[in-house]
Design a binder for this molecule. Structure first.
Ligand code: FEO
Ligand code: CA
Ligand code: CA
Ligand code: CA
Length: 747
C-alpha cells in the first residue's frame, strides 16, 4: 500500500518511522563477533536434510493437535514444482502444471441483489461488495449443511482484509479534492475493512456463492467492542462511547491469523494516517502525555489525514477522523481526542456467526499490527501469539495467555467466549535480540520498574502500558528491527519466522533518526533500480531488500523467556555482492526483495514467502516463493565487514541459516505490474491455495484516469476477468491456485 509522493511515485506510509527511543545503543554492537559455537549455544542440531525426517513423536503430536492444524502429514522435503522466472509482464505467472483462477475481485457482489461490478468508477454499495486491497486471508471450512467444519475442503468461508484503497480508480474521474464529497468518502470508507465470502468447489476449481447468507462485510463503521484490559479505560472515552468500551470499525487491516477455536484475527496496521490533528493541538491538550503518545504513534499536530474524510462534514460519521481536542469535557467524551486509542489492535471476528460481537483484543498490545501467529498448541500449556509492528525500527512481540489450552475449546460453540478466555488475559512481551544469537522476551508490565519509572512517559496503569505498548517497549530496551511484517510458526519445529521487509533508515554510520547495525539487522548498503517500462530509476539505501529472522524458543516453549535466533534468509538480487548483500547465495530462480507475507502450509509444511517490493521491480514484479527451511542454528556465523568513511572497519557478525538449495527455495508465482502479493489460505487437503494480488497498477494520478494507456496494469481485466478488457481498470483480487493433476500444491 502507499501514497503518491510529489514525484508521482509511491511512498509506503508504513515506511515512516516514529521511534525516537534510541534503542539499542549503536556502540553495543561495535565489537560483535560471534563464533559458531556461541551461536549454537550448545544446542544439538540434527541434520535436517529431510525437514520432517527428524521429528520426535511429541513434536508430531503437538503439530497435529487442534483444529487449526489439521491436514495431511507433510511427506516430502523437496519442492515439487519448476521455478518460474522473474517477470515484469502485466500478468500472473505460476509454474507449469498449475492454474491460477481469479475468484473474487474488488467490487464483486456479496448479495443476490447486488449488480455486477462495472469497474468504471460508477459502482456503489460497497457494504455488500468486495473491498479494495485484499490482504491477509484465512479459510474456514463448512460442512455440506453449512455448519463449521474445519476439515472441509469442498466448501468454506474466505475471510480477508481490505487494507487500503487505490483511491482514484474508485471514482469516475479520480478522487475529488477536499472538502470530500460525501458520496466519495462513503464509498472509500466502505471499501476498507474485512470480507467474509462463501466459496464452493466447482469442478477443479472454486467459485464464490453470491447469494450466501453468510457473506458479509465489516467496515470502518461496524460496531466493535473494546475487549481486554483497556476496556473502559479513561483513555478510550469518545463521543461515540462515553464508557470507553466500544468503537466503530476496523481500518487498514493487514495480516491475519486464525485461532485454534476457529475465528479470524485481523491486524490493524497503518491506521494512524487516516486521522488528522489540528496545527495547535499540542497546546489544546496542554502538552499532556497524550501528545507524547500521539507523536510516538505517528500523529504529530498538523498531520493531514490520508483521504480527508473529516472534511466531508463536521458530523457523524466523518468528524471522528479529526482527533484534535475540540470539546470542553475533561475526559474526551464530547469529541474524538481519544479516537486513536481505539485503533491499532488485533481484532477477533467469528466468521461463522454474524450475530457474534467483534472484539479488539487490547491484551495483545497496540501498534502497527501485521499477522498474529500461534505457537504450537500443547494441552494444559499456555498459548503464544507472535506479532510484528511494521514501521521502521519497531519491535517483535509475543503474547502468552494466562489460560492453559483445553483442546475441547477447538470446537467451542461460543467462539468469541473462547477468545475472551485466551486473548483477554495474559502477558505481552517484546523481543530483545542479543548479538550472540540469544534473545529474551521482556514482559511489558506496569510492575516492571523500567516501565513504571520511565522518564519519557508516566504510565497510569496496565491499560496504558498496552495502549502505549511501543513506549513500554522503548522503556525496556527492546531491539529495533527492520520493519517486522508477518510472523509464521513452523508446523513441526514450532520455530517462529518473522519477515523484516526492509529499512531505509539502517546505516553503517547513522545520522539523526537513523539506526546503526546490529547482529539481528546486520545489513546496510546502496542499491539502484534502473528505469523500466513501468517505473523511473530509483536509488535506495539501508537494508534495501530485507531479511527473515527466526526464533527457537527455549525450554518452556510458548511461555519461554529466552530464545535462540538466526537469520534464515537475506533478500537480495542474485548478482549482488555475496560478501555483503547476497549472503544467502540466492540464485536467479530464488532471488527476491522485501519479504512481507509469510505463511506455513499446514498441509505440506511449505513456507510461502510473499513480497511487497519497490527496489527490485526493474527485474521483477512482486512474487511468492516456496521454501522448506531447516531450523535455527543449521548454518554458521557470517561476518560482514564494513569500511567507514574514516577507513576504519566495522565487522558485524550474525548467525545465519544454511544457504537454500534449488530444492528448498524456488519462485512459485509472479504477479502483474505494480502489485503486492499478500495473504495466503489453503483448503485443509492442500489442493487449493488462495493468494491475494493487491493493488496492481496502484501508481495512478487523477489526471491519468481518463487515459488507460497510462495505467501501469490492466489486470485482471486483461486476463478476461470482469469488465474492461485490455483497457480495464486494474483491481485487487483473490486467485485460487490448483494443480492440473489435482495434487497438493507445491510438493
Ligand atoms: Fe500492510 Fe506492513 O504491510
Ligand atoms: Ca538493483
Ligand atoms: Ca504486510
Ligand atoms: Ca508491506
Amino acid at each position: 500500500m502507499g501514497e503518491l509522493s510529489s514525484q508521482g511515485h509511491l511512498a509506503d506510509p508504513d515506511d515512516i518511522g516514529s521511534n525516537d527511543s534510541g534503542n539499542p545503543g549503536f556502540d553495543s554492537i561495535l565489537q560483535a563477533r560471534l563464533s559458531r559455537r556461541q551461536v549454537l549455544g550448545g544446542v544439538a542440531v540434527s541434520a535436517m536434510g529431510a525437514m520432517f525426517g527428524a521429528l520426535s513423536a511429541p513434536a508430531m503430536a503437538a503439530s497435529a493437535s487442534g483444529a487449526q492444524q489439521r491436514g495431511a502429514a507433510p511427506a516430502r522435503a523437496r519442492l515439487g514444482f519448476n521455478a518460474v522466472a522473474k517477470s515484469v509482464a502485466d500478468s500472473l505467472v505460476v509454474p507449469t502444471g498449475y492454474t491460477a483462477t481469479v475468484l473474487y475481485a474488488l467490487g464483486d457482489p456479496l448479495a443476490a441483489a447486488t449488480a455486477p461490478y462495472r469497474n468504471d468508477g460508477t459502482d456503489t454499495g460497497f457494504e455488500m461488495r468486495a473491498g479494495d486491497h485484499a490482504d491477509g486471508m484465512e479459510y474456514f471450512g463448512l460442512s455440506a449443511a453449512g455448519a463449521p467444519a474445519p476439515g472441509s475442503s469442498g466448501r468454506g468461508l474466505l475471510a480477508m482484509n481490505h487494507e487500503a484503497i487505490t483511491q482514484h480508480f474508485l471514482h469516475v474521474n479520480g478522487a475529488s479534492a477536499n472538502p470530500r464529497p460525501a458520496a466519495e468518502a462513503d464509498k472509500e470508507i466502505a471499501a476498507h475493512g474485512v470480507s467474509i465470502v462463501e466459496i464452493r468447489r466447482v469442478g477443479a476449481s472454486f467459485a464464490t456463492v453470491q447469494d450466501s447468507a453468510m457473506n458479509r462485510r465489516i467496515t470502518p463503521l461496524t460496531p466493535i467492542e473494546i475487549s481486554g484490559p483497556a476496556r473502559g479505560s479513561a483513555m478510550m472515552k469518545t463521543a461515540y462511547s462515553a464508557t470507553g468500551t466500544a468503537t466503530r470499525g476496523t481500518i487498514n487491516n493487514c495480516g491475519t491469523g486464525r485461532t485454534p477455536w476457529g475465528t479470524l484475527l485481523t491486524g490493524e496496521e497503518n491506521w494512524a494516517g487516516y486521522f488528522t490533528r489540528g496545527p495547535a493541538d499540542d497546546l489544546a491538550r496542554g502538552n499532556d502525555k497524550s501528545v507524547t503518545s500521539l507523536n510516538r504513534y505517528g500523529r504529530r499536530q498538523g498531520a493531514a489525514s490520508r483521504h480527508g474524510w473529516e472534511t466531508t462534514a463536521n458530523a457523524e460519521p466523518y468528524r471522528r477522523f479529526n482527533i484534535s481536542q475540540l470539546g470542553a469535557s475533561p475526559d474526551g467524551a464530547d469529541d474524538y481526542r481519544n479516537e486513536l486509542n481505539g485503533f491499532g489492535y488485533i481484532v477477533e471476528i467469528d466468521p461463522y456467526d454474524k450475530s457474534a460481537s467483534i472484539s479488539k483484543r487490547t491484551a495483545l498490545g497496540r501498534f502497527a499490527h501485521e499477522s498474529a501467529a500461534f505457537g504450537l498448541l500443547g494441552a494444559g500449556k499456555p498459548l503464544a501469539v507472535y506479532m510484528g509492528d511494521d514501521s521502521r525500527g519497531e519491535y517483535i512481540y509475543k503474547y502468552v495467555s494466562a489460560a492453559n489450552w483445553d483442546p475441547r475449546d477447538a470446537s467451542a460453540a461460543n467462539r468469541i467466549a473462547a477468545g475472551n478466555k485466551y486473548l483477554d488475559h495474559g502477558k505481552l512481551h517484546v523481543a530483545k535480540f542479543n548479538d550472540d544469537g540469544s534473545g529474551r522476551w521482556i514482559e511489558l508490565d506496569i510492575a516492571n520498574p523500567a516501565i513504571a519509572n520511565w522518564a519519557g512517559y508516566r504510565f497510569a496503569d496496565q491499560a496504558d502500558v498496552l495502549i502505549n505498548a511501543r513506549i513500554a517497549a522503548d522503556a525496556v530496551g527492546a531491539t529495533r528491527m527492520d520493519r517486522p511484517e508477518w510472523c509464521g510458526v513452523h508446523p513441526v519445529t514450532g520455530e517462529i519466522y518473522v519477515t523484516l521487509t526492509n529499512n531505509s533508515n539502517r546505516r553503517l554510520e547513522p545520522g539523526a533518526g537513523q539506526l546503526g547495525l546490529d547482529a539481528a539487522n546486520p545489513r546496510a548498503y546502496a542499491d539502484t533500480r534502473a528505469a523500466s517500462q513501468s517505473f523511473p530509476a530509483k536509488s535506495s539505501s539501508g537494508n534495501v531488500n530485507g531479511h527473515i529472522i527466526r526464533i527457537a524458543e527455549a525450554v518452556g516453549k510458548n511461555a519461554a523467556r529466552s530464545f535462540k535466533w538466526d537469520v534464515y534468509l537475506f533478500g537480495a538480487q542474485s548478482d549482488a555482492d555475496p560478501a555483503r548483500i547476497n549472503l544467502s547465495s540466492l540464485t536467479a530462480e530464488q532471488d527476491f526483495s522485501s519479504p512481507d507475507g509469510l505463511v506455513f502450509s499446514r498441509a505440506t509444511g511449505i513456507c510461502w514467502i510473499q513480497t511487497d517490493d519497490s527496489a527490485y521491480t526493474d527485474s521483477s514484479n512482486c512474487m511468492m516463493l516456496g521454501a522448506i527451511p531447516g531450523r535455527v542454528g543449521d548454518g554458521g556465523n557470517r561476518t560482514i565487514a564494513y569500511t567507514r568513511s574514516d577507513n576504519s572497519v566495522l565487522k558485524v557478525g550474525a548467525p545465519v541459516g544454511k544457504p537454500a538449495t534449488p530444492d528448498t527455495l524456488k519462485r512459485f508465482l509472479v504477479g502483474p505490474v505494480d502489485c503486492e502479493i499478500t495473504g495466503l489460505a489453503e483448503t485443509p487437503d492442500g489442493r487449493a491455495l488462495f493468494v491475494n494480488i493487491q493493488h496492481p497498477g496502484e501508481s495512478i494520478t487523477a489526471a491519468n484516469i481518463a487515459q488507460p494507456d497510462k495505467y501501469l496494469s490492466h489486470w485482471p481485466a486483461n486476463a478476461g476477468y470482469g469488465a474492461g478488457g485490455a483497457n480495464g481498470r486494474p483491481r485487487s483480487a483473490t486467485v485460487v491456485i490448483t494443480r492440473d493433476d489435482g495434487g497438493r500444491i507445491g510438493i
